[in-house]
Design a protein around this ligand. Structure first.
Ligand code: RIB
Length: 293
């Protein structure tokens, strides 16, 4: 069983659906409001667990009702929460999501996720070292991402960096990561002054640019390859990127070849958008295998 360690945010998603999103200074009437578990780190942990991996999460929640619900959700999905410790001085992270016109807009309040510090992660060094692959995103402090990249480099543990939400990533992290999975917008910020083609050539078999419904593009050392995605009728695209990253990590940790791993991840991500909520549509292993037949 693939051993995956996810280091990142755990949040509660407060989701409003409406026919259209309001402009600045405008009020619109919404259709519904729901509270569902989210946060990029937590989403990736849950997605990997549903795909059959042995998942340990390193994160933080507030000592509040959202924190309890987030922890219960991890447990219900079989994620090890030994290193998801409540903080008392900050509330749980929240994401304020408007689903309108077929897409989402999100404001994230990091709160307790700010306490996923380098010192906190150091306490769980062994979990990181024992993993087959480590997954990290950017809803936690940058210095923690740097620290994790150092731990992974020292122990030879492959690090998959999902640089979302977009911010510049220190060169040392780019060098130490085994896999980097920006979307097109994040890639522009990461590799300023380079075209996507130049960035892909600089990082063969390491940089994977996700291009939404177009698929995933990378350079295999000889040529650019686009692994196409699967067409579905989307209900909610929130969490599709998280499902992709988790499934990619699971497949790689199981030793699947690169293209097969991307296909597996594309299939999982396409299934994830067919239901409401970041985690609502995340598929089980059987569902992905079945739909790949
Ligand atoms: O990637 C999707 C996630 O981003 C949501 O669940 C929300 O929590 C935001 O952080």
């Amino acid at each position: 069983m693939a051993k995956i360690c996810v280091i990142g945010s755990s949040s509660m998603d407060l989701v409003v659906t409406s026919a259209r999103r309001p402009g600045a200074g405008e009020t619109v009437l919404g259709d519904s409001f729901k509270t569902v578990p989210g946060g990029k780190g937590a989403n990736q942990a849950v997605a990997a667990a549903r795909l059959g991996a042995d998942v340990s999460m390193i994160g933080r929640v507030g000592d509040d009702t959202f924190g309890t619900a987030i922890l219960n959700n991890f447990k219900a999905n079989g994620v090890n929460t030994q290193n998801v410790k409540p903080v008392t001085h900050l509330e749980s992270g929240t994401a304020h999501i408007v689903l309108a016109e077929g897409d989402n807009s999100i404001v994230v309040v990091e709160a307790a996720n700010r306490e996923v510090t380098p010192a906190y992660v150091d306490e769980a060094t062994e979990v990181i070292q024992r993993a087959d692959i480590v997954l990290i995103q950017q809803e936690i402090p940058e210095e923690t991402v740097v620290r994790v990249s150092e731990i992974c480099a020292q122990s030879g543990t492959p690090l998959l960096l999902n640089p979302a939400p977009a911010r510049k990533v220190p060169d040392e992290v780019i060098d130490k990561a085994a896999y980097i999975t920006p979307n097109e917008h994040e890639a522009e910020i990461l590799f300023q002054g380079m075209t996507p083609a130049e960035a892909l050539r600089k990082y063969p078999n390491k940089l994977f640019i996700t291009e939404g419904s177009n698929g995933v593009r990378y350079f295999d050392g000889e040529q650019e390859i686009v692994v196409p995605t699967y067409k579905v009728e989307p209900v909610d695209t929130t969490g599709a990127g998280d499902t992709f990253n988790a499934a990619f990590a699971v497949a790689l940790a199981e030793g699947k070849p690169l293209q097969e791993s991307i296909r597996f991840a594309n299939r999982a991500a396409s299934l994830s958008v067919t239901k409401f909520g970041a985690q609502g549509g995340m598929p089980t292993r059987d569902e992905v295998e079945e739909s790949l037949k």
